[in-house]
Design a protein around this ligand. Structure first.
Ligand code: PMV
Length: 386
C-alpha cells in the first residue's frame, strides 16, 4: 500500500486570468500573476492511497463522495500516469482520494485552484514524478497551475497549440516581500452566481473589451507588475492590482448578458480603500475581486491595524457574531478608529452584518507533502477518517 498527503495554497491573482483560447486544454488568452497564500491559515489538503486491496477507485471532497469519472480529474490522472515509470508496481492499483478545504466553500475563494494543485501534487508524489506539473494542474482548473508554486507566480499563456508551454513559473519566493499581508473580507451574500467557466465562455464570445485587454493591456501590465513586485514598490503594485481587477469586472459588464460578480458591499469596500489611500497620499491598500463579491485586500503589515479599524467602523460586526468566529487567521490588535479619521474621511457606518467574517493572512509557500501519519485523511482500509 502507498499513501501520500499533501497541502496546497489558495492563490489570489493581481493580474487576472479571464478567458480561454482553448476550452478543452484550458489555455488562457493572457498571462496572469498571483501570490500563493500561507497554507498555515487556509489550504486544501488531499490524501491519496494506492492499494492492491482496493476494489474500486473512489473520490471524496469535503466529506461527500464524488464521481470518479469527472473529466478534469481523469485528465489530471491520465497526464500524471503518462509521465511516470511504467515499471512502478502500484501504477495499476486502484486509488482512494480524499480532499478537503480548511476554509468554508461559502468563502467563495478559488477553492478549485488549491484543490487541483493539491490533487496533482499528491499524485506526482504518489507516482514519483519530477519536473514541472503546473501544466497538468492547469487541466484541472486554469488558475490551479499558479498554486503549484509558492510566493509570486506568473502563468505564461504560451503559444503552442499543444499547451505544453502554458505553464506557471515563480517570480519571487514568499520570503521576498515578508511584510505583505492580505485581508479577505467575506461578504454576506448567499446568491449563486455564474461559474467562472461559463462566465469566461460568454465573455470570449461577446465582449469586445476582452480582446483589447488580452492583446494590448495585459502584456504591458505583466511587465510593470513583475517590476513592482521585484522592487517591492507597493504604491505601483497597488495601482496595477486595482486597475486590473476593475478592468476584469468591466469585461464582465461588457459580456452579454453581463455577469455581474461584485455587489454594493464590494463597491463600498472599493470606496473605503480609495478614501484611505487618498488621505494617505499614496496607495497603502489594494483591492482585488475574483468571480464573486468578496474583497481580497493586499496591504503591508504596518497598515493592517489602522485599516482594519476603518473596516470595523464602516462595516460593523453583527451583534450576534462572536469575535472569535469573525476574525480568522493571523492575530491583530483591534484598535478603535481615531476620531479625526471619521471626520476627515467622512465615513459613515453601514448596518451591522454586511461582512460574514475577515481572514487575515500572508503570502506563503507552495504545496507541501505531510509525512506524519496523523495527517492522512484516509484510514488503512481506504475510507475517509470519521
Ligand atoms: O481557474 P478558474 O476557472 O477558477 O478561474 C479563475 C479566474 C479568476 O479567479 C476570476 C481570476 C484568476 O486569475 O484567478
Amino acid at each position: 500500500m502507498k499513501i501520500v498527503t499533501c497541502v496546497a495554497p489558495v492563490n489570489i491573482a493581481v493580474i487576472k486570468y479571464w478567458g480561454k483560447r482553448d476550452e478543452e486544454l484550458i489555455l488562457p488568452l493572457n498571462d496572469s500573476i498571483s501570490a500563493s497564500l500561507s497554507t498555515d491559515i487556509i489550504c486544501a489538503k488531499t490524501t491519496i492511497m494506492a492499494s492492491p486491496l482496493l476494489n474500486e477507485n473512489k473520490f471524496w471532497l469535503n466529506g461527500k463522495e464524488q464521481d470518479f469519472g469527472n473529466l478534469r480529474l481523469q485528465n489530471c490522472l491520465k497526464n500524471i500516469r503518462k509521465r511516470c515509470n511504467p515499471a512502478l508496481p502500484h501504477l495499476n492499483w486502484n486509488i482512494s482520494i480524499c480532499s478537503k478545504n480548511n476554509f468554508p466553500t461559502a468563502a467563495g475563494l478559488a477553492s478549485s485552484a488549491a484543490g487541483y494543485a493539491c490533487l496533482v501534487s499528491a499524485l506526482a508524489a504518489l507516482y514519483e514524478i519530477e519536473g514541472d506539473i503546473s501544466h497538468i494542474a492547469r487541466q484541472g482548473s486554469g488558475s490551479a497551475c499558479r498554486s503549484i508554486y509558492g510566493g509570486w507566480v506568473q502563468w505564461h499563456r504560451g503559444v503552442l497549440e499543444s499547451g505544453e508551454d502554458s505553464i506557471a513559473k515563480p517570480i519571487a519566493p514568499y520570503t521576498h516581500w515578508p511584510q505583505m499581508r492580505l485581508l479577505i473580507l467575506i461578504v454576506n451574500d448567499a446568491r449563486k452566481k455564474y461559474s467562472s467557466t461559463s462566465g469566461m465562455k460568454t465573455s470570449v464570445k461577446t465582449s469586445t473589451l476582452i480582446k483589447l485587454r488580452a492583446e494590448k493591456v495585459v502584456p504591458q501590465r505583466i511587465q510593470a507588475m513583475r517590476e513592482a513586485i521585484l522592487e517591492k514598490d507597493f504604491d505601483r503594485f497597488a495601482e496595477i492590482t486595482m486597475k486590473d481587477s476593475n478592468q476584469f469586472h468591466a469585461i464582465c459588464l461588457d459580456t452579454f448578458p453581463p455577469c455581474n460578480y461584485i455587489n454594493d458591499v464590494s463597491h463600498a469596500i472599493i470606496d473605503a480603500v480609495h478614501c484611505y489611500n487618498d488621505f494617505k497620499g499614496e496607495n497603502k491598500v489594494a483591492y482585488t475581486f475574483d468571480a464573486g463579491p468578496n474583497a481580497c485586500l493586499y496591504l503591508l503589515e504596518s497598515e493592517v491595524e489602522e485599516f482594519l479599524s476603518i473596516i470595523n467602523y464602516v462595516f460593523p460586526i453583527a451583534t450576534d457574531t462572536p469575535e472569535v468566529e469573525y476574525f480568522k487567521g493571523l492575530p491583530t490588535e483591534k484598535l478603535p478608529i481615531q476620531n479625526d479619521w471619521i471626520k476627515s474621511l467622512s465615513l459613515t457606518p453601514n448596518s451591522p452584518g454586511m461582512l460574514k467574517y475577515i481572514i487575515h493572512t500572508k503570502v506563503g509557500d507552495g504545496p507541501q507533502i505531510l509525512t506524519d501519519s496523523s495527517d492522512h485523511l484516509l484510514q488503512a482500509n481506504g475510507l475517509p477518517k470519521s
